[in-house]
Design a protein around this ligand. Structure first.
Ligand code: NDP
Length: 294
């Protein structure tokens, strides 16, 4: 089946449902992506910092699919920010992925304390876009203030902002800021992965009674209900799994519809508690790491 597409602000289309590979070990990545491509996913989200771009590229190359049939997204890590550094980081990622062109290239985080470096990195993305090396550019974990500062010093509106969104952490103000600027919000940890694989103390969205009950009414699973909730609210989603049955399950979300009341019931589960790092607190000192050459 073909996944419905969302149209980015520059006219490029992205499947509404993609496949994430954060924390997928490099040696398991090609196998997981093979499975995803066989199931029908046509968008893979990786990152230089995940250390598994090579596995993503291997699976795409051996899939037999046309390059134009698979949408590849990757992210520049903060240690490679700066104009020349970010241009070079494209070469590293493209080399590992084994492709000439990347569909969507985004900045993984803002560096709030060294915002000029972030701007310089974004300018490099603008150059890569103008040169046709990437089809769209964007950001991740940018808060409304970061988006405003970026807008003051750049000419191209990011196509996406990839941010933590799941029923327990919904960032409604940030979603509104994205919407007002014409930026598509991509939900990371869309089924709340970060609520259960961190330390378990926040409880698991998969076991939430509201979500479990809604799932029961549709004969679907909690993960499928959460993915459907994002899709119905217009967000792009990138669930991750290395488990073939779950990779299939997460793709099987286009044959049912949540009612308006069910969507509202999930909207009401927001705790306001972030699972991931506080974007304002990201620094090179705490999060910097070397990204190897291709
Ligand atoms: P997810 O919400 O996708 O959850 C992934 C976890 O859920 C894994 O432990 C997986 O286990 C498990 N799982 C997957 N499907 C099911 C299912 N149907 N039922 C039960 N358990 C399931 O969290 P992620 O944090 O991985 O986020 C998804 C993607 O978002 C990442 O892979 C990455 O691409 C992106 N991301 C981006 C970030 C950023 O800063 N920009 C930060 C974090 C993520 P298993 O694999 O063992 O099956």
């Amino acid at each position: 089946m073909n996944v419905p597409a969302l149209t980015l602000n520059n006219g490029v289309e992205i499947p509404a449902l993609g496949f994430g590979v954060f924390q997928t070990p490099p040696e398991e990545t090609a196998t997981a992506v093979d499975t995803a491509l066989r199931v029908g996913y046509r968008h893979i989200d990786t990152a230089a910092a995940y250390g598994n771009e090579r596995g993503v590229g291997e699976a795409i190359a051996r899939s037999g699919l046309d390059r134009s049939d698979v949408f590849i997204e990757t992210k520049i890590w903060i240690s490679d920010y700066g104009y020349d550094e970010t241009l070079h980081s494209f070469d590293k990622s493209a080399g590992k992925l084994g492709v000439e062109q990347i569909d969507l290239l985004i900045l993984h985080q803002a560096l709030p304390g060294e915002f000029q470096l972030t701007i310089d990195a974004y300018r490099a993305l603008e150059t890569l876009l103008a040169d046709g090396k990437v089809r769209a550019i964007g950001v991740s974990n940018f808060m409304p203030d970061h988006l405003a500062r970026l807008a003051e010093q750049s000419s191209i509106v990011p196509a996406v902002n990839q941010i933590e969104v799941h029923p327990y952490f919904q960032q409604k103000e940030l979603l509104a800021a994205d919407r007002e600027r014409g930026i598509i919000s991509q939900a990371w940890s869309p089924i709340g992965g970060i609520t259960f694989y961190r330390d378990g103390s926040k409880g698991s969205t998969l076991e939430d009674s509201v979500i479990v009950d809604i799932a029961g009414t549709h004969g679907k699973t909690p993960a499928q209900v959460m993915l459907r909730w994002h899709l119905q609210e217009g967000r792009q989603v990138i669930p991750k799994s290395v488990t073939p049955s779950r990779i299939e399950e997460n793709f099987d979300v286009f044959d049912f519809e949540l009612t308006a009341d069910q969507v509202i019931a999930i909207d009401d589960l927001d705790t306001g508690v972030r699972g991931g790092p506080e974007p304002e607190a990201v620094t090179l000192e705490t999060f910097g790491r070397d990204i190897p050459e291709a």
